[in-house]
Design a protein around this ligand. Structure first.
Ligand SMILES: [Zn+2]
Length: 138
């Protein structure tokens, strides 16, 4: 799987150049840097992608579904694992942007379903079942 938009977002994440809310606050574009997905902590790259309670549930579901055990016995396992991580990073950034711009977030189970479809289809397209942020069930 090699989808340019996924790779680009992953590259920005690795470089810590995603416009996360902590960075937007430092640029004085916004005043509140609280994560819009969990509402618990400041949204930084590491929080958004790995520490957020919302996304941690999604990561767990995806890891279980893909049976990720970080086995690196051959290049195909490593390549497949990296490709899937790139897809998940892209989808997390997409749902974060939907929360930022539209004040809506997917229910975690639908978010995971979209990632599964994305991994399966390699299309980058998915149907979004959107609910208002206040109704999210984390
Ligand atoms: Zn969060």
């Amino acid at each position: 799987m090699n989808i340019p938009k996924h790779s680009f977002i992953a590259w920005l994440a690795v470089q810590n150049r995603l416009k996360t809310r902590d960075r937007l606050k430092k640029m004085q574009i916004i005043m509140d840097s609280t994560c819009m997905l969990c509402g618990e902590q400041e949204e930084s790259r590491d929080h958004l992608l790995f520490q957020c309670t919302y996304n941690r549930k999604c990561w767990q579901a995806i890891k279980s579904w893909l049976n990720w055990k970080m086995e690196t016995c051959n290049i195909n396992n490593v390549t497949s694992w990296i490709n899937n991580v790139v897809v998940v990073i892209y989808q997390i950034w997409k749902i974060r942007n939907n929360a930022f711009w539209n004040q809506c977030v997917l229910l975690p189970k639908m978010f995971v379903k979209n990632i599964m479809n994305d991994v399966r289809n390699c299309t980058g397209r998915s149907e979004w079942d959107i609910v208002p942020l206040r109704d999210k069930d984390i």
